[in-house]
Design a protein around this ligand. Structure first.
Ligand code: TMP
Length: 228
């Protein structure tokens, strides 16, 4: 057993809730699970994350944003992911290289070729075996963020990226769906507008078939093997 799984989605898509459930179910079944996130995950990465997401960083140049995200990734991959994927077990990562294509590429309009190149260097060529893309309309995601902010679970207001205009989030969603179409089956789109349990069931079905598949194929494909 061994798998590198990433979770993606627009703001308020229910990613964290679903990752919590998936992690709990996998642990319950006796799997060794390592969970981390981007941007962040490492001590250095979490400090960069604060700079990236703080509303006080308003006015950050898009190139600065991209390079900080890739710097975070370089640290995470070398400090955590590479050692983890050499062992057995399941690595769950909250966002990875697809997020940069969706947010900085489709959302910000930055050069896709440059992002692909930086992703490749920062991620040292590793690519998820499976990516769960939680998809919901932008309006639903924004409502969820507002509710969370008013219940003060995550501070007093939206972070710098959550607070972007609606068109930005629409472009990110469209981008993710396009990436999924081109991914050759690696990115599985799960409609996250249903009930928490129904969504979890769909996710688990994908995890199970990936786990079965991973017994026969190479566990950690290189991103050069990506289709599309
Ligand atoms: P989250 O961990 O709460 O989902 O927040 C992370 C934020 O960082 C989210 O707004 C998406 C953004 N982000 C990018 O813009 N590009 C990236 O490559 C990654 C990993 C995250």
């Amino acid at each position: 057993m061994g798998l590198f799984v990433t979770f993606e989605g627009i703001e308020g898509s229910g990613k964290t809730t679903q990752m919590d459930l998936a992690e709990a179910v996998l642990r319950d079944k006796g799997a060794r699970v390592f969970r981390t996130r981007e941007p962040g995950g490492t001590q250095i990465g979490e400090r960069i994350r604060s700079v990236l997401l703080s509303p006080e960083s308003r006015g950050m140049d898009f190139m600065t944003e991209l390079l900080l995200i890739e710097a975070c990734r370089a640290q995470l991959v070398r400090q955590q992911l590479l050692p983890q994927i050499e062992g057995e077990g399941i690595v769950l990562c909250d966002r990875f290289t697809d997020a940069t294509l969706a947010y900085q590429g489709y959302g910000r309009g930055m050069d896709m070729g440059l992002i692909e190149e930086l992703n490749q260097v920062a991620a040292a060529g590793i690519c998820p075996d499976l990516t769960i893309l939680l998809d919901c309309p932008v309006g639903i995601g924004i409502d969820r963020i507002r509710r969370r902010a008013s219940s003060q679970q995550k501070g007093n207001g939206p972070d710098r990226l959550e607070g972007e205009e609606r068109g930005f989030h629409e472009r990110v969603r469209t981008g993710y769906l396009e990436l999924a179409r081109k991914s050759g089956g690696r990115i599985r789109v799960v409609d996250s507008t249903g009930g928490v349990d129904a969504v979890q069931e769909k996710i688990f079905a994908h995890l199970q078939s990936a786990l079965e598949g991973s017994k026969e194929t190479c566990r950690f494909r290189k991103s050069s093997d990506r289709i599309g």
